[in-house]
Write a protein of this length. Sequence first.
Length: 355
Amino acid sequence: MSRVFTTPTRRIAFAIALSIIVHGLALWLPRIKLPEKEIKLQPLVAKLVPLPKSLGKIGKHKPKQKAPQTPQPEAVVQTPPEQTIAASETVAASEPVAASEPVAASEPVAASAPQAASEPVAAEPAVSAPVVADAEPQRPALPKHAQLRFAVYMGEKEFKVGESIQKLDISEGRYTLMSDVHTTGIVKVFKSFKLEQFSTGTATSQTLTPEEFTEVMTQSGSKTINRANFDWTNHMIRFSSGQETALPQQAQDILSILYQFPVLRPQEEVVSINIGTGKKFEAFRFEIAFEEQLDTAMGKLQTVHFRKMHKAHEEGLEIWFAQEYRLFPVKIRHLDKDGKIDGEAIITDIRVSDE
């Protein structure tokens, strides 16, 4: 066998023949399907049922009561058209015809007994139900888990500098709410910034009651921590700086308020809310604009727009809440002391779970 490869010509001829055999097998033998790579799951985005455009509740009217019917005569009485009562007026819509006894299309429906021509048929009085007073509007139920993602811009969508993620978790009557704002991309190379906020407390299906709020700011290697404790038993709010002040009912912290703005009726134009940060506690007054459309990465959203009322040379705050998404915040805007837009966070993704 070794003599076959004694000359270069024979070795080349053997290699060519072997190549032809291998390629022939590859072309004519059955193809073997190799295992595919693991498939990546698509993001789960929950699209919620839109809320009514009007946030107020309208009282419901009771249906009209049906007057007792006059016993029908055995024989069908032919009456002039002006004295005949239409069958649709005498047969109540709420009384379906039995399927086993269909009514022929040509079969006349017996009319009520005719009255004398001098005695016109009296119109049936309408029974008006009392209007139910408007109930206090309720905000949509909070999910057990929610994650909102925002794109953060410097100025009015001029330049993207980072992103923000908010997570809400509710379990066994308690909640944890977290917000993480940080720079991304090339901005992070030149200026690293991270703001973390945490809010914890008790929860119901619709309300959050904060007990502790913590804010951690990391910038250029330095870290600052501020904390506020809500003492509902003694109605006091205490700060990590040592200061304390009276705590009114239904107060919120600067993070939990994003999920607790009250549901308002369209006639309301201004609302006052008590909000605590990691440094101080103050009453905010907001102007309200209803039915304002907002362009986002998720499409056009119908929103309720809250604009903080502030004095000259004070910082401003504006928040947009989406009616289609359980009144979640979808845009947050900060203004500097000169009234210019300092930064904006605009929604890019919402995910919820009630499991």
